[in-house]
Write a protein that binds this ligand. Structure first.
Ligand SMILES: CC(C)(COP(=O)(O)OP(=O)(O)OC[C@H]1O[C@@H](n2cnc3c(N)ncnc32)[C@H](O)[C@@H]1OP(=O)(O)O)[C@@H](O)C(=O)NCCC(=O)NCCS
Length: 127
């Protein structure tokens, strides 16, 4: 977990309530954690959160592999909150943008927090 926490911290990601059982990670042959992402469960949906790939290994398909694995684990409605630069990345997995007024109960506190930090944020959903 310290390695995962460090990766997420490096992208100013969501480090709240990190539970090992929620994560999919990518590891190198020498056991370095190259990337991570998790499915956080809520009563009526899941959220993809805490996606981070180490900067020196980005654009090699690691992020895509992690999202594919997470999507295999849950077929219900999924939400995520992301910055503008990664909207196109998630569109490839059939996520679509939603207006801020559609933030579901449970995600509103996180939405307000990250939007106040970054200025602009995007809410996306799938399913
Ligand atoms: C988003 C992120 C996890 C993607 O990881 P990755 O391993 O680089 O992604 P992949 O290599 O699988 O990318 C797949 C495609 O998306 C594109 N892409 C990925 N991140 C991108 C970005 N930030 N801007 C533009 N394009 C991006 C890649 O170029 C690649 O396109 P290609 O297949 O045409 O070459 C990584 O950029 C990251 O850690 N970003 C910071 C944290 C973040 O924004 N997390 C999401 C919020 S939950």
């Amino acid at each position: 977990m310290p390695e995962i926490d460090e990766l997420i911290a490096a992208v100013d990601g969501d480090r709240a309530d990190l539970g090992t059982e929620q994560f999919v990670v990518a590891k190198s042959e020498d056991a370095r954690i190259l990337g991570c992402g998790r499915l956080r469960p809520y009563p009526e949906f899941c959220e993809i959160a805490s996606m981070a790939v180490a900067e020196d290994v980005r654009a090699n398909g690691i992020g895509r592999a992690i999202v594919s694995r997470l999507l295999e684990q849950y077929s219900g409605t999924i939400y995520l909150i992301c910055e503008d630069e990664v909207v196109e990345f998630f569109r490839r997995f059939d996520f679509r943008l939603l207006p801020a007024s559609d933030v579901p109960d449970g995600l509103d506190t996180k939405w307000d927090y990250f939007r106040s930090l970054a200025g602009s944020m995007n809410l996306m959903t799938r399913g």
